[in-house]
Design a protein around this ligand. Structure first.
Ligand code: PRP
Length: 212
């Protein structure tokens, strides 16, 4: 029987681009293109089964073995530090994690810095490495509002085009880390489905190099 690779794809535009790469790599699954609300698609002949999952959940499926491999942003991997293998930088979904603030913002060493973010661990690690004490305000979205309303001094968030910051009169003051999408694998699956995972990885690597 053919090995079935279970793949967790991040729902959305990035996931669609990733699927196109997997398809080109020989792991096609035509039914995934049907416009419906299904979340699982499989093509037994090609040995692949895809799941559409919330992007931030991809490492959970992979770490626990519900998926053998998946694609997740480096931001999610840094924040949750899942016990998985990171196999390849797909060089897509590129953006950066940055500190941003209102245009007139100045650090005040006398006061604990208030930092609003969805990425509490990344923010904490960053400011620890700078030797600065901070007070984290964990939010779940629309982070840019926090400094405007005085809820925080700065934010630590994803910046892609910079439009959201600009339209809210904020600016990047420091870059924390560049981000891109990564191919990740479950540690056990990486042993037992080595041939299939290795084949996929090599094919994707060739595509990434060709696109550079
Ligand atoms: C992300 C991020 C920024 C925005 C950056 O938010 O948190 O708000 O995208 O993109 P830009 O630099 O191209 O403007 P997302 O759309 O994921 O929504 P959220 O605010 O709910 O996190």
């Amino acid at each position: 029987m053919k090995t079935m690779l279970n793949v967790a794809l991040p729902k959305g535009r990035l996931g669609e681009k990733v699927y196109a790469m997997f398809e080109k790599a020989g792991f096609e699954c035509p039914s995934i293109k049907e416009q419906n609300r299904k979340l699982i698609f499989e093509n037994e002949a090609a040995g692949v089964r895809y799941f559409w999952v919330k992007p931030s959940d991809v490492p959970i499926y992979v770490e626990r073995g519900a998926a053998d491999i998946g694609v997740a942003g480096k931001d999610i991997l840094l924040e949750y530090n899942p016990d998985i293998y990171e196999l390849l930088d797909l060089n897509m979904g590129k953006c950066k994690m940055a500190v941003a603030a209102k245009k007139d913002f100045r650090y005040n060493s006398q006061k604990t810095l208030k930092v609003a973010t969805k990425f509490a661990n990344i923010a904490q690690n960053y400011y620890t490495s700078c030797g600065r004490d901070i007070d984290i305000i964990k939010l779940n979205g629309s982070i840019e509002i926090a400094p405007i309303l005085g809820l925080s001094d700065v934010i630590v968030d994803i910046v892609e085009t910079g439009t959201t910051l600009k339209e809210n009169n904020l600016e990047v003051i420091e870059t924390v880390v560049p981000i891109s999408a990564r191919l990740i694998a479950n540690k056990t699956a990486f042993k037992f489905k080595a041939a299939a995972i290795e084949k996929l990885k090599c094919e994707l690597e060739a595509q990434v190099e060709a696109a550079k």
